[in-house]
Structures are given as C-alpha cells and as structure tokens.
Design a protein around this ligand. Structure first.
Ligand SMILES: Nc1ncnc2c1ncn2[C@@H]1O[C@H](COP(=O)(O)OP(=O)(O)O)[C@@H](O)[C@H]1O
Ligand SMILES: [Mg+2]
Length: 356
C-alpha cells in the first residue's frame, strides 16, 4: 500500500516536472495549460482513489501516512488548478479540446461496446489524435475490431511481476512506468492507434489473463500523457464496474442495445458509475422510442454491414467506412473533441424506480 502511494506521488511529480519543462514560447501556452489540466485530472483521480481505499480498518493502520499522502495530492491539485486559472479563457478552451480523452465503454454483453470502441479509436486517430485503445475483456475482441492481426497478444509476461498484495497476485513490473509500458508494449494498430490488452483466456497459459489485468488497469490509471486519448473496452456486465475498472476515465460511454435487458443492465450501472459524466450511446437503433431514463447522447443505427464485418473478422472502419453506423460514430468523435454539449445522463429517482 505504501509503496503504491509513493509511486503514485512520484508519477505525479514527474508529470509536474514535464509540464514545467514545456518551453516558454507564447505559442505553447495552450500546451502548458493542457499539461496543468491533465495534472488536475490525475491528482483528482488519485485523491478519489485515496479517499476510497483508506476507509475502515486500513484507515486506522495507515492513518498518518494516508493523511500525509492525501495532503500531498491536495496540494498538487491546488498548484495545478491555480496554474490553469492564469490562462486566458481562449487558451483554456483550446487546451480543454486538445486534452486527451479518458473514456470507458460499459454496458451489457452484445450492446456494441467493442465495435464502437474500436471504430471510435480509429476515427479519432485519423483526426490526428494520439489514441491508446485498451481491452479489459478476457475474450478476444477489440484487437479484431481495430483491424489487428488475429494473433495480436496482450501485455507480455515481462511487463508483470508477482506481488502478494495485488489482486490475483500480479502487478505491473516495478520500475516499469505506465508511460514506458505503453511506449514499449502497446501494439501498433491501423491509423496509428496503439493497442493494449490483457492476455486472452484461450491462450495456453490459463493464468495469463489474470496475471495481466491488474497491470493493464495500473497502466490506465497512471498513464499521464495529456496529449493522448485513452479508450477502454470493459468486459460485459457490472462486475468490472463494481471493481472500479472504469476509475481512470473522466467520461463513460454507456452502450445500450434495443433489448429490454440491455436497458436494465444500463440502469443498474448508473448508480455504480456514480459521479463520472455518462453519455448514453443507443446502439443498433431502429427508430424505436428511447429506453426510459436513458436519453441517448448519440444513436448508432442498426447496420447489417457491422455484423458482416464481424463475421469476416474485419474492422468495421475497413469493411464499411461509409456505413450509417460508422457515420454516427464519426458524429460521436466530433462531439467528444469539440466543446459542443452532449446530453449526459445521471441517476434520477425515476431511474431508480424503473430499475427496482
Ligand atoms: N450498429 C450495429 N448494427 C448492427 N450490429 C451491430 C452494431 N454494433 C454492433 N453490432 C453487432 O452486435 C454484436 C455485439 O457487438 P459487440 O461490439 O461485440 O458488443 P459488446 O462488445 O458490447 O459485447 C456483434 O455481432 C456486432 O457486430
Ligand atoms: Mg465486447
């Protein structure tokens, strides 16, 4: 626990040093501002994490260290916030638009998370953004939909190490920073997307997926480069959300299919997601009324070409680039990267009534 706190703080300090090192040229104002915005985000998330994990028994054992840790995080947060405040509104807007997205796709199995995540990742990359696409599902999926060769592996064994305290007993190798892990181990996917996944359950080493999943989560949590978008495709259903796999994200895409059960899962996820702004993506939409309590920010039409791409093991963007589904995901990319407002969904009393 302590060494994890120390390494998180060290990561934050490195990030701060990186922002301070951005040259003083006036044209770089937005870059500096973006760097501070990234720090605000990172420090805020670490603070949430610290608040969450120091409850109960652990809190009593570690109270002094935990208090000091939180104080350091809080002062880093305040330093970054006051830096952001020194920039003009125009610069801040530019910086916000160019700040890398941190997106997690959640929803019931079959809702369309993987097809959407992969297509979105490649569209963003085509727009000149740096994109890391991460697959947290132990069944193969995202790599195919990105258009990667079918034998693409997840995080290699050399990137992880056994560790007693870690869930499943494995963690990111010590000395390997999340940023280095991405540089060294993320596969090159089409359009320049970088891909990182857990090792798959059909591999000969049955334990491989369990050995790498925590490391991939650590990478997502710690990957700090504000110039990169990060998009993670979560395993179906609510368990991974209960375990806070989406905690690295600052926006959630809640993908909902037309089925009643897909909507039920989505409603159950909302209170677990909590305060993170959530966009409902209505997928395989055929003109039906929206599910109660789940107002879509975007509707991706039902599109047989996507199913055909899937059948052939191809990326939708390669197989049917001009299809209506891809066009809708292009709209989504546009909204996510400009200051335009999209409908977000938060839990309301009505939702609770509907889901109970
Ligand atoms: N817009 C769409 N229209 C038609 N079929 C779709 C669409 N989006 C996804 N699909 C199909 O639905 C199935 C589930 O999609 P997938 O992305 O794998 O879902 P998930 O990752 O949420 O389990 C796949 O066969 C996929 O091809
Ligand atoms: Mg999937």
């Amino acid at each position: 626990m302590l060494s994890a706190m120390a390494s998180r703080l060290a990561g934050l300090r490195d990030m701060e040093a990186g922002v301070l090192a951005i040259t003083d040229h006036p044209d770089d104002d937005w870059k500096r501002c973006r760097g501070w915005l990234g720090l605000v985000r990172q420090a805020g998330q670490l603070l949430d994490l610290a608040e969450g994990s120091f409850k109960g028994r652990v809190a009593r054992n570690l109270s002094e260290e935990a208090t000091a840790h939180k104080a350091s995080l809080r002062s880093a947060l305040h330093r970054a916030e006051s830096r952001v405040a020194t920039f003009d509104e125009d610069v801040r807007r530019l910086a916000r638009e160019r700040l890398g997205l941190r997106l997690a796709l959640v929803g019931k199995g079959g809702a369309g998370k993987t097809a959407t995540a992969a297509t979105l990742a490649r569209i963003l990359a085509r727009r000149g953004r740096n994109v890391l696409a991460a697959d947290l599902d132990t069944n193969p999926g995202l790599a195919f939909s990105l258009g990667l060769p079918h034998d693409t592996n997840g995080l290699p064994a050399e990137a992880v190490e056994e560790h007693e305290g870690a869930a499943y007993g494995w963690q990111l190798a010590s000395g390997l920073s999340p940023d280095d892990a991405v540089k060294r181990f993320a596969a090159q996917a089409p359009d320049g997307v970088r891909y990182l996944g857990v090792r798959k359950i059909d591999e000969p080493e049955k334990q491989a997926a369990r050995q790498t999943v925590i490391a991939v989560l650590q990478i997502l949590r710690g990957f700090s480069d504000p110039a990169w978008d990060v998009i993670a495709d979560l395993e179906a259903g609510p368990t991974t959300v209960f375990e806070d796999y989406h905690g690295f994200a600052d926006q959630i895409l809640l993908v909902v299919g037309p089925e009643w059960r897909s909507a039920l899962t989505a409603r159950r996820l909302l209170p677990v997601i909590g305060a993170i702004p959530t966009l409902v993506v209505s997928n395989r939409w055929r003109g039906a009324d929206d599910h109660a309590g789940l107002v879509p920010a975007v509707r991706i039409p039902f599109d047989p070409a996507v199913i055909e791409a899937e059948r052939l093991g191809l990326a939708p963007l390669d197989y049917c680039p001009g299809s209506p589904a891809v066009a809708a995901i292009e709209d989504l990319a546009e909204h996510l990267t400009t200051s335009s407002e999209l409908t977000t969904t938060q839990l309301t009393t009505t939702d609770q009534e509907v889901s109970s």
